[in-house]
Design a protein around this ligand. Sequence first.
Ligand SMILES: NC(=O)c1ccc[n+]([C@@H]2O[C@H](COP(=O)([O-])OP(=O)(O)OC[C@H]3O[C@@H](n4cnc5c(N)ncnc54)[C@H](OP(=O)(O)O)[C@@H]3O)[C@@H](O)[C@H]2O)c1
Length: 237
Amino acid sequence: MFELEGQRVLIAGGSSGIGLGTAKIALEAGADVTIAGRSAERLEAAVASLGGKVETASLDATSDAAVEDYFAKSGNWDHVVTTLGKGGRGLIQDLEMKTALTAMDDKFWAYFRIARAAKITKGGSLTFITGGLGQKPAPGAAMLSATNAAVEGLTLGLAIDFAPTRASGMIPGPIDTPLWEQMPPDARKQYFEMIENKLPARRFGAPEDVGKAVVMLMCNSFMTGVVFQVDGGSAIV
Ligand SMILES: NC(=O)c1ccc[n+]([C@@H]2O[C@H](COP(=O)([O-])OP(=O)(O)OC[C@H]3O[C@@H](n4cnc5c(N)ncnc54)[C@H](OP(=O)(O)O)[C@@H]3O)[C@@H](O)[C@H]2O)c1
């Protein structure tokens, strides 16, 4: 059903978590996949876990020069996915300005920079991985809400400006990725159990759950200008 044979797919943030899960599903659909990230070690481990079938790009999406240089040389892409960023949690009175600015740099401005530089074919797609806090705030996460809401606004604007190249956003629910290793193990275990009891899907998400939806967006040429959840029902509870 999902056919990407011969299509070039770039996943910025493809060496871990949601990006890695998306790379796996895109490969299964026959795409020629490139995963990009900063750490050579993480890229190598990702290539091994994908059976060696992907290209890699060493890229820091927070650098104007690196991003412009990479896209000037890498040619046309059929599909580009960005899945980057972390940080910015806390009451804003307690957040250093530097931390807040870095949160926007690591996600919103990195996505903006890639969207600005990437050459995507007509009818191809750009998919931003955003986050549920953009639509459904939680205590102590106003900065994360702002970052993800900014990504959503950018997505919708680009669907107009880039047409007929498509732009969409994906809102993951809680997905089991290395991002959660920031949480102490006991607290993480408790949080996962709480989520598994509360979510209508009754489980934590896997990176491939999001990957399947991203590949569906790539393959459906009538889908653009949408931002939707793959979240086990998080948005309604
Ligand atoms: N996991 C969840 O439950 C969840 C829920 C909602 C939203 N999200 C969102 O989904 C996105 C991905 O999360 P994840 O859980 O998959 O995280 P992850 O496992 O930590 O993966 C992040 C990926 O991004 C790369 N990366 C980070 N900064 C980069 C930069 N400046 N330039 C290039 N590559 C960079 C990382 O590689 P390097 O560090 O080597 O560069 C890694 O490949 C984030 O935007 C997150 O907010 C996640």
